[in-house]
Ligand binder design. Structure first.
Ligand code: AMP
Length: 329
């Protein structure tokens, strides 16, 4: 079985965009690959979070992933900071990563622009920590979006460089991949663009029925089509896209026909959409609350995941130490 590694940022609750854009494919992957899913708490230090926020962020995300169906018996789910071997590899990779190439990375330039008062070395070496996260398990594949392509290219470069530098064929070059050819983009319901936490338009898996209804009823619409079979403007298209994702085909077809005949009543459509979103979210919401309340279970899952991840990472570090010329322990 090929190894897949994916990091999850512990920043806030999961929304429908995260679920359909990422978590859903994790659920499929855990059956087909040797998966390592880690909560990237070290990465979050680049923005200097308060310790309380780190703890609560990690717990929240762990409970939500488990509630969505990530199965700790199938996939190794762990907290990055529980696996110190990652840091040792990070150090070795940093010795062969050069200032020029790190400074040229788009993600570094973007973050440096966003937080000019805190351009720390962690931001600069984000690509080496990411490479370490991946190659410490000798992963073959990493499910990432287009925005991570440059960092993936660097991970491959660092793996290749290690091999060349030490004259070994040790690290495989990790490839980016996505399970489906057509990436799902969950739209926002505020007129344009995609759903996102920072866009302020997210519907969270944890949202209760009332909140969901309120958010959906606020969705941007227009006066409705006046010519049969007209093209849908973006806000309306987004409403339909969301319906395509969460509702049944029949429901979608029903409203689509109404639109084509200029008989659409957006109020009815939104009501139906809110109901269907709630139907999807409510069992997950209940599981999130159950799991989050069961701290013993969460602790057990985190410990078990850390143990499995450490075992895999320690094996790599032993080899790497030997290759570099250090004593293996
Ligand atoms: P983020 O919340 O930006 O850290 O993203 C976490 C994961 O969810 C990434 O794999 C994103 O590509 C995915 N994701 C976030 N928002 C959306 C969206 N609106 N549609 C599809 N995928 C998304």
């Amino acid at each position: 079985m090929e190894t897949v590694v994916s990091g999850i940022r512990p920043t806030g609750n999961l929304h429908l965009g995260n679920y359909f854009g990422a978590v859903k494919s994790f659920l499929q992957m855990q059956n087909e690959y040797n998966c390592f899913f880690f909560i990237a708490d070290w990465h979050s230090l680049t923005t200097h979070p308060h310790p309380d926020n780190i703890v609560s962020g990690v717990r929240k995300i762990l409970a939500e992933y488990l509630a969505c169906g990530i199965d700790p018996e199938k996939a190794t789910i762990y907290v990055q900071s529980d696996v110190r071997e990652v840091l040792e590899l990070y150090l070795y990779l940093n010795m062969n990563a050069y200032l020029g190439e790190l400074e040229r990375t788009t993600s570094f330039k973007e973050k440096a622009r966003k937080q000019p008062e805190n351009v720390n070395a962690g931001l600069l070496t984000y690509p080496t920590l990411m490479a370490s996260d991946i190659i410490v398990h000798k992963a073959a594949k990493v499910p990432v979006g287009k925005d991570q392509e440059q960092n993936m290219e660097m991970a491959r470069k660092f793996a290749r460089r290690f091999n060349t530098f030490y004259g070994v064929d040790y690290f495989p070059e990790p490839a980016s991949f996505s399970l489906s050819n057509k990436a799902v983009k969950v739209p926002g319901l505020d007129g344009s663009g995609k759903m996102g936490k920072s866009e302020g338009n997210a519907i969270y898996l944890i949202d209760d029925e009332k909140t969901i209804k309120k958010k959906v009823m606020k969705a941007v619409t227009d006066a409705g089509p006046t010519v049969p079979n007209s093209e849908k403007p973006e806000p309306i298209e987004n409403l339909f896209t969301m319906m395509e994702i969460v509702s049944s085909q029949d429901t979608y077809n029903y409203f689509n026909e109404k639109y084509a005949n200029c008989e659409i009543r957006y109020g009815d459509m939104k009501k139906q959409l809110a109901e269907d979103i709630n139907l999807f979210c409510s069992p997950i919401r209940e599981r999130i609350l159950d799991i989050a309340a069961n701290t013993d279970y969460m602790e057990k899952v985190a410990c078990q995941g850390a143990e499995k991840a450490r075992e895999s990472a320690a094996k790599t570090i032993q080899d790497v130490r030997r290759i570099i010329g250090f004593k293996a322990y």
